[in-house]
Write a protein that binds this ligand. Structure first.
Ligand SMILES: [Fe+2]
Length: 176
C-alpha cells in the first residue's frame, strides 16, 4: 500500500453575539442533567452522545443549530453547497477528562463549537494516521470549526480545574 497526502480544508467561524448565545446554551444544557462516560478512550463528565440519534426533541438543540446557522449559510453560499446537520451532541470535560484520538464515521464533515475553552485545551489534529504530526488550531470560545470527518483528532486530558464544553455536529456537505 502506498500513502499519498493532499491538503484538506478546515474552516473557522466566529459566532456573532457570542456572550448571550453562550449563556443560553449552557443554561439549556444544564436542564438535561448529568450523564458521565468512563471508558478506556473516553472519560467525559457530561454528554448526551447516547441520545445523539434520538428523535426526541432536546432542550438545547434548536439553540445549538441556530447558533451555527449563519456560518453554514456563509459556507453554503461561497461554494454552492447543500449542508445538513445530521447529528449533534455536547461534551463537558472536567479535570482529567479526555477523548482519545478518533475520527467520525457515517458523515463527511465534522464540526465543533467551542462553548467553554480553558487555556491550551484546543483540539489536537493529526496530519497522519500514525499521529506523528500534531496540529493545533488558533481557536477561542465562540469559534466554530468544520473539518473533514476522516481527520484524526483528540481532546487531551484536561489539566485545569475548569470545565471545557463543546458541541459536536456531524454534517452532510455536498455540491448542489
Ligand atoms: Fe470528535
Amino acid at each position: 500500500m502506498e500513502t499519498f497526502t493532499i491538503e484538506q480544508p478546515i474552516w473557522k467561524f466566529s459566532i456573532d453575539g457570542w456572550k448571550s448565545q453562550k449563556d443560553k446554551l449552557l443554561s439549556e444544557i444544564k436542564q438535561g442533567g448529568i450523564f458521565s462516560i468512563k471508558e478506556s478512550g473516553n472519560t467525559i463528565y457530561n454528554t448526551d452522545y447516547h441520545l445523539a440519534n434520538s428523535k426526541i426533541p432536546s432542550f438545547y438543540k434548536d439553540t445549538a443549530v441556530s447558533t451555527i446557522s449563519s456560518s453554514l449559510e456563509m459556507l453554503s453560499k461561497k461554494y454552492n453547497l447543500r449542508i445538513e446537520v445530521t447529528k449533534l451532541w455536547y461534551q463537558q470535560y472536567k479535570k482529567g477528562d479526555f477523548h482519545a484520538a478518533h475520527n467520525h464515521g457515517g458523515t463527511n464533515f465534522s464540526s465543533v463549537l467551542y462553548v467553554e475553552l480553558p487555556e491550551n485545551t484546543q483540539t489536537s489534529f493529526y496530519f497522519d494516521y500514525e499521529q506523528t504530526q500534531e496540529y493545533k488550531l488558533d481557536v477561542k470560545e465562540g469559534d466554530y470549526i468544520i473539518f473533514p470527518s476522516s481527520i484524526v483528532h483528540e481532546s487531551k486530558p484536561l489539566e485545569l480545574d475548569e470545565t471545557k464544553t463543546i458541541i459536536s455536529y456531524n454534517l452532510s456537505i455536498e455540491f448542489k
